[in-house]
Design a protein around this ligand. Structure first.
Ligand SMILES: Cc1cc2nc3c(=O)[nH]c(=O)nc-3n(C[C@H](O)[C@H](O)[C@H](O)COP(=O)(O)OP(=O)(O)OC[C@H]3O[C@@H](n4cnc5c(N)ncnc54)[C@H](O)[C@@H]3O)c2cc1C
Length: 430
């Protein structure tokens, strides 16, 4: 049955959900508080499609590593210390999730989601004449130290057990793959299943498809409240009036928790700020995207330009640029690619985006049991682009009353609401 669906948020998750819902025959509208020119987190990111990222952010060792990094101002990860209830609660939940059991439960699901999303990207590339520069060249994880290479090789062994196509390479083998760049490394791990694309072009291609499908996009329209009738949402209140639909899907990225709070829904989330710098005419252009593993910087060729992206700064909901952290990215580049210099980045304006990070490193996708006609699709952290299409496809299945084609119980958006209720009744802390 065709329904009227309102999507809240015009990032990659909202637009992908709109696309697949419209293709299922629903009548879809999207609203976003930004203007058509404004770029949310989905534009300046590193453009990687990552079956290799099967380990969620909340993993063993991350808490200790994070604490060490916090002492270094230019390190890849930083939590701005502050007395904030949401941050403390998030940190506690992160600590609880960062264990081996959680990783082994999540890894097959993240693999399946990323591989299924890759298939969606392939279909979209075919349909749009590859309007967004989709390329299937894999991902090289470059290591400067033996210690790091050993760690990456252990992750590669896990990846192989999950059926991924991955190889540990000596420095010479890695250089043979990238003869024009000559990285200064001890070795690398090559994930052949990964892909890359140009995110802003992907967003433009999605918008074009939406126009063709008759989806209405309402820019500069902020959701400010809800009109309810018991457990049913009757309409949303916005800065441009009320909108009444049959179904509502919250895809507001880092803006989602505030919107959910108005409905008394708990959606623990912190904004993980990251930066990218794009060189329009780089002195060398690698053919294969890379991660500079010790520095946690992603390097992606995008046409004739080259993008460097990194850092995870948990510092609240603001888009202020921290020059020390941007310098951290810039200084790391010549360590891996000796022919680049910090001067190459002079005059390049850093872009910043806020990743919506859940405490267990898994997105929230599905219906909430608290309302009959509300679904949630957010919290994709470092994988929102990669998981965009499959999230949209799964949401469209859910909106159509179908069983999701991938079991996504682990992504239940109510998982923390239930935990809180349980621990409250048991006199717990959360
Ligand atoms: C440096 C960096 C590199 C990255 N690299 C990659 C990568 O290589 N691969 C990958 O998969 N991911 C990557 N990511 C992560 C990815 O960019 C995000 O996960 C993704 O963009 C999140 O998409 P979204 O649609 O959930 O949120 P957003 O893109 O932030 O969109 C949310 C939208 O909701 C709107 N909104 C919020 N509240 C309201 C409201 N009340 N009313 C109306 N509208 C509202 C906002 O205006 C916004 O437009 C990277 C991120 C960064 C910062």
């Amino acid at each position: 049955m065709s329904k009227q669906v309102l999507i809240i948020g015009g990032g990659v998750i909202g637009l992908s959900t709109s696309y697949y819902a419209a293709r299922k025959g629903h009548r879809v509208a999207v609203l976003d508080r930004g203007t058509i020119e404004q770029e949310n987190c989905s534009y300046g990111n590193a453009g990687l499609v990552v079956p290799s990222h099967f380990v969620p952010l909340a993993a063993p060792g991350m808490v200790v590593q994070g604490l060490k990094w916090m002492l270094k101002p230019a390190s890849p990860f930083y939590v701005k210390p502050r007395l904030d209830r949401d941050l403390l609660g998030w940190g506690f939940k992160f600590w609880r999730a960062a264990n081996a059991g959680h990783v082994s439960r999540s890894a097959p699901l993240l693999r399946d989601l990323n591989l299924a999303s890759r298939t969606c990207f392939e279909e979209l590339a075919e349909q749009t004449g590859n309007a967004f520069g989709f390329e299937r060249k894999g991902l090289l994880c470059l290591c400067k130290t033996e210690h790091r290479l050993e760690e990456e090789a252990r992750a590669a062994a896990q990846a192989r057990q999950l059926g991924l196509n991955v190889e540990v390479l000596t420095a010479r083998q890695a250089t043979a793959l990238e003869p024009h760049v000559r990285p200064d490394i001890v070795g690398a791990v090559y994930y052949r299943d990964d892909c890359h694309l140009i995110p802003a072009r992907f967003m433009a291609a999605l918008k074009q498809q939406l126009v063709k499908l008759g989806v209405r996009i309402l820019w500069a329209t902020e959701l400010t409240g809800w009109r309810l009738n018991g457990k049913s949402i009757v309409a949303v209140r916005t800065t441009r009036g009320d909108f009444a639909h049959d179904e509502y899907v919250l895809c507001g990225g880092c803006g989602s928790p505030a919107v959910a709070r108005q409905l008394r829904l708990i959606l623990p989330m912190q904004a993980g700020k990251g930066y990218s710098l794009t060189l329009p005419n780089p002195r060398q252009l690698p053919a294969i995207p890379a991660i500079l593993t010790e520095a946690r910087v992603a390097v992606t060729p995008m046409g004739s330009s080259l993008r460097f992206g990194g850092t995870m700064e948990i510092a609240g909901l603001n888009e202020n640029i921290n020059p020390v952290r941007v310098q951290g990215i810039i200084q790391s580049v010549p360590k891996y690619y000796p022919e680049f210099t910090p001067q190459d980045f002079e005059g390049i304006r850093p872009w910043c985006g806020l990743r919506p990070c859940s405490p267990d490193g898994l997105p929230y996708v599905g219906r909430t049991s608290r309302y009959t006609n509300l679904s949630i699709a957010t919290g994709h952290a470092m994988m929102g682009l990669s998981l965009g299409p499959i999230t949209g496809k799964l949401m469209a299945e859910i909106l159509s009353g179908e069983r999701p084609s991938i079991d996504i119980q682990l992504l239940d958006p109510d998982r923390y609401a239930r935990l809180s209720a349980t621990s409250r009744s048991a006199g717990g802390l959360t």
